[in-house]
Design a protein. Structure first.
Length: 264
């Protein structure tokens, strides 16, 4: 992960994390910020650049201002490795567009229209680095919630039993959206089938490549966070498309405001 985070991106991330930290606490800012940063320090066996063993030390140091009392937050953040800095950003809810390009837009859409999916996806997003299996499982659940919410619309004919899988939900909504019509050009049908395949793959990964179901030592589990970002980003992209298509084709009628005749 460290190799994927460019110096240019880390510079921007430091600024965003610093602002988020100062905004997080309303009192005793310096004290609380320092205590928060301390919780990210992990002790490990370390050596100097020349190979001199220095024993158990944290992976980064807290830098203090010249007076030696308060934390120099900016300098401290610049001394943190890229992987840890990214985890801090995710924990604080700071947008990380280089890793999930659609995250800001997706979260805004979910927050206004899909409360359950928003809470689920936010939890998934924050688990990417520490628990890829949970992140993938929650992302799958968030996409299921979005589709179920759309299919509740009275103008949609299909009715759910409540036990549908992501693949089954995807099949239903693609049919309702008329994206699999045999009269469509083959390219449109191909795109519709590809969308179904994407959601099926997300579901299979959740079931077969995470710890959500019983696994043996020989089973392949996705632990590389690069792939987890890819999967969660795919969920965000598909979710945005389904919502935008729904809003376009099933737009809510504009309420008619009745104005009483004025007595003059």
């Amino acid at each position: 992960m460290e190799d994927l985070i460019s110096p240019k991106y880390q510079m921007k991330l430091v600024e965003d994390v610093e602002n988020a930290l100062w905004d997080m606490f309303s009192t005793n800012k310096y004290y609380n910020v320092e205590k928060y940063i301390e919780k990210w320090q992990v002790l490990g066996d370390n050596s100097t650049n020349t190979g001199f063993y220095i024993g158990l030390t944290p992976q980064f140091q807290i830098v203090r201002k010249e007076d030696g009392n308060a934390i120099d937050l900016k300098s401290t953040l610049h001394g943190i490795d890229g992987g840890t800095l990214l985890k801090i950003a995710i924990d604080l809810g700071v947008d990380t567009p280089d890793f999930i390009p659609t995250i800001s837009t997706f979260k805004n859409v979910l927050k206004s229209d899909y409360k359950t999916a928003y809470d689920t996806f936010t939890r998934a997003y924050r688990q990417i680095e520490d628990d890829p299996s949970t992140a993938i499982g929650l992302a799958n659940s968030a996409l299921e919630s979005i589709i179920k919410e759309i299919l509740k619309d009275d103008r949609i004919s299909s009715k759910l039993t409540g036990n549908e899988t992501l693949y089954q939900l995807s099949s239903i909504i693609l049919k309702e959206f008329n994206l699999k019509n045999v009269e469509h050009p083959k390219e449109i049908k191909t795109i519709g089938n590809s969308l179904l395949s994407i959601n099926q793959s997300i579901e299979k990964i959740r079931s077969e490549k995470t710890y959500f179901h019983g696994k043996t030592i020989d089973d392949h589990i996705i632990n590389d966070t690069v792939y987890t970002y890819f999967i969660v980003n795919s969920v965000a992209t598909v979710g945005l498309f389904l919502n935008s298509y729904y809003q376009k084709k099933f737009s809510k009628p504009t309420p008619v405001i009745k104005i009483d005749r004025l007595p003059f």
